[in-house]
Design a protein around this ligand. Structure first.
Ligand SMILES: [Zn+2]
Ligand SMILES: [Zn+2]
Ligand SMILES: [Zn+2]
Ligand SMILES: [Zn+2]
Length: 448
């Protein structure tokens, strides 16, 4: 199992990325709350064969999950035949059955030349190799009048879905990693939400979602990402809440893409399938989409600081055999990342306590004013070196030089190279170097 100290260091990295004040105490207050609240969810998700302990997430290959499922095709084709038998009979029904079978038996979105011939002969329709199987079935139903059946539209849509799965190359990640909550709206993304740590109005909400029992972050990253998924650009992100066989799917971000509905549906299928797999129960869920039905299953923890997207968007699924009155309590107390006390306002992840930072090198907590932000984090003044020549702080190797008063000082690599470049052709070079460049005019550093 992943150690809390490892998670702590990963939490720190996010704080550095957003240049946030924080202390070990504040970070640990949140991590301990996370660990306690998410214990049940963690032990459930760990049962999945694609669980990745380091990522604290289940990793999905969306493309694979989207392949045509022969049993789904068979099942819906059978239902279509069933409604056809209420309209057709005798030889007509037999021709329809043979033609429909020819259209679906390849389990492909297109139809082979051999089967197209059967469709032309028995179905009496014109069809070509570049036409989709679902389109050909539509033609067939129209020809035989099956499209007049009241259930036709719904059944045909299911069959078309089964034959034309959405193609999506991305990798899906169902995560409970603390950093995925912190960066649920990462500044690396091309889309924004109010939970973004750099400027969002509900920054503290990331901690509320992180510290509750039910919240999970689902997101999709590019297919070539092969580790540290939480650091990759999230193409999509969607919150899911789960407890006792009840799953709520919240709003998809970004929501303005043309295929948002299909993408949401795919993500829901992936998460449903993963959970039923963890429970080793059949993947059969009842879907609820009407707002009053949904509201009966949702409540927001008093004092939590997230934006409740789920009150306006989303749907609920209940796994067969589970109680139908489970109420999901979303959110929890968010704790200040500096002092660990409970936060009271949405806009920041720290309260009005003293601003402190943890030195990235030595781990000391120092007042923010005593720390310097350099490259990738805060450093205390003991760990940073100030160049006597250019005055810039640096973490790199320092080089000895003498100032005009003959005092030994430290200079950075850039300054050292500049100061000693003239020495390369100097006849005294080796003696000069042996004496710490004290002989050479060029090697002295002007320090006020
Ligand atoms: Zn505080
Ligand atoms: Zn330090
Ligand atoms: Zn320098
Ligand atoms: Zn010299």
């Amino acid at each position: 199992m992943k150690e809390l100290t490892e998670l702590k260091n990963e939490f720190y990295e996010v704080m550095y990325k957003y240049e946030k004040s924080f202390s070990e105490e504040g970070v640990m207050a949140n991590l301990t709350a996370w660990q306690t609240a998410k214990a049940d969810l963690l032990s459930l998700l760990r049962r999945h064969p694609s669980w990745n302990e380091d990522e604290q997430a289940i990793i999905f290959d969306c493309n694979q999950a989207l392949s045509i499922q022969p049993d789904m095709v068979d099942e819906t084709a059978f239902t279509l035949l069933d409604i056809a038998s209420e309209i057709l009979s005798g030889e007509q029904l037999e021709d329809f059955r043979t033609a429909l079978h020819a259209a679906v038996s390849g389990y492909s979105c297109t139809v082979s030349e051999e089967n197209l011939e059967i469709l032309r002969q028995r179905g009496g329709i014109r069809c070509a190799k570049d036409q989709k199987a679902s389109r050909i079935i539509g033609k067939l139903c129209k020809k035989y009048g099956v499209d007049r059946h009241t259930r036709y539209n719904a059944v045909f849509a299911q069959l078309a879905d089964a034959l034309n799965p959405l193609t999506m190359q991305e990798i899906g990640v169902l995560s409970v990693h603390p950093c995925d909550f912190l960066e649920m709206s990462s500044k690396s993304n091309t889309w924004v939400s109010c939970h973004r740590l750099s400027d969002g109005g509900y920054q503290a909400g990331c901690l509320s979602y992180m510290n509750d029992r039910v919240s999970m972050v689902f997101y999709a990253v590019d297919a070539d990402v092969s580790g540290e998924y939480r650091k990759a650009i999230r193409r999509y992100r969607q919150m899911f809440f789960y407890e006792n066989g009840t799953l709520f799917q919240s709003r998809l971000y970004p929501a303005d893409t043309g295929n948002a509905l299909e993408v949401s549906k795919l993500f829901r299928h992936l998460v449903q399938k993963a959970i039923s797999r963890c429970l080793t129960e059949p993947n059969l869920w009842y879907l609820k989409t009407k707002r009053p039905d949904l509201n009966a299953h949702l409540s927001t923890y008093r004092g939590s600081l997230h934006y409740p997207d789920y009150n306006y968007h989303g749907n609920l699924s209940v796994l067969q055999g589970h109680r139908k009155d489970t109420e999901l309590t979303i959110g929890a107390a968010a704790r200040c990342v500096c002092c660990g006390n409970e936060l009271r306002s949405n806009g920041a992840i720290k309260c009005s306590c003293k601003e402190v930072v943890v030195c990235r090198k030595c781990g000391q907590t120092v007042a923010r004013g005593q720390g310097i932000y350099l490259e990738d984090g805060f450093y205390c003044k003991t760990c940073l070196h100030i160049c006597a020549a250019c005055g810039r702080p640096t973490l790199g190797t320092m080089y000895p030089a003498y100032n005009r008063r003959g005092t030994l000082v430290e200079v950075c690599q850039d300054c050292y190279q500049q100061l000693t470049s003239g020495c390369a052709s100097c006849s005294m070079a080796s003696a000069c170097r042996a004496m710490g460049h004290t002989l050479c005019e060029k090697a002295t550093v002007a320090v006020a």
